[in-house]
Design a protein around this ligand. Sequence first.
Ligand code: EPU
Length: 420
Amino acid sequence: MAEFVIKGGKKLRGEIKVMGAKNSALKILPASMLFSGPLKVEKVPLIEDVFLMIDLLKNIGAEVKLTEERIIKINVAGQIGSDLKKDIAERFRGSIVLAGPVLARTGRVTFPYPGGCVIGKRPIDVFLDGWAKMGARVRKGASGFDILAKRLLGTDFTFKNVSVTGTETLMMTAVLARGKTILRNAALEPEIPSLAEFLNKSGAKIKGAGTPIIEIIGTDGKLLSASNAFKVIPDRIEAGDFLILGAMIGEKIKVADCNPEHLTTLIAILKSLGVKIKMGRGWVSVSKPKILSSSDIKTKEYPGFVTDLQAPFTVLMTQAHGESIIFETVFDGRLNYVDDLNRMGAKISPLDPHRVLVHGPTPLRGRKIESPDLRAGLAFVMAALIAKGESIVKNIYQIDRGYEKIEERLQKLGASIQRI
Ligand code: EPU
């Protein structure tokens, strides 16, 4: 099993490039099921979750070619199966997004309970309710779900919880349905309007993506056809990680190939802590301030403070002067990493299952730590980069799920990090 060996304390400087967004690529690949012919996708991050999605697509009959230039060509012209392979689908949460387009295309889909990061309960009730409201028969068995719909009908559906993948999945299901679908209380994350814009260019009729009310006029089974390539948008989570890292240990780090408009909340918070930030078209530069102030944060849906940056921000607050309360409101198990940070020298006290109090600043010491999930795994890499001495970060498959060759990009900034 590969692990990272990290020697902490090295100042980081230079440019780091942001890859295409995992959570955009994982939605456009399933969207290929809505197309009658070939689809080209550019700026695809070469990460484990994307490889899993490709395996899943190939397994049901899609032709998929991935190049080293990060381009994927998918052809879904032939016969497509309805059963998402259990041992692939249960390894990542993004697999559920494929269920909607497969259902819309083939009239049936079976899939296991989707896996992914262990960050608390991850129910799928809004997906099942949405499909049922569109006329599908939903069955839950011991090994998963079986959804059947001879014809999907447009409907008026309100999400009882805002769900990112729920919004994307039902939006794509509705594209091939008969009649108009209205999705209310929809998620606003930038990956959603980006997907809708591309589907619209290919023949779909989606209005309001990026707002809480999305209207889709279904094609009644007519498949879409793509005239241009889809460009995966920059990964705002990865960009946010690098900004937080720069605030911890950067001597002018330039985060390139990002979209600063997707980072406004984080940038506003970092500026309020004294972090020096400059930005231009497609880049943001960041340096560690002499004195970093503390700040409470509360995670929220976009455009609020994103839950995926909560763990890195907690690491940052271990270096801030004062106390910070970190309040996780989106997932109920996403503070599972704090004991390890305390073992590295942090002073973090749980207040209740959703909030911790960070007392800063505390120097961190290198240790052996194991990535509990993708985002906390990267937060451990950051903690190790600022810690005194050597750390070993284990279970880095979790990190590879979402970050392409992260060690090579950090090495270019001057970090001492080796994959062994
Ligand atoms: N929820 C329900 N019922 C559902 C679905 C969700 O109650 O049927 C609840 C969840 O329990 C949670 C909340 O709604 O409390 C929000 O979950 P959401 O469905 O929005 O999360 P997701 O779609 O499963 C996506 C990203 C996550 C990211 C969240 C929040 C993908 C593949 N995953 O997850 O990304 O944290 O939105 O922004 O897009 C990651 O990249 O590391 C990651 C976990």
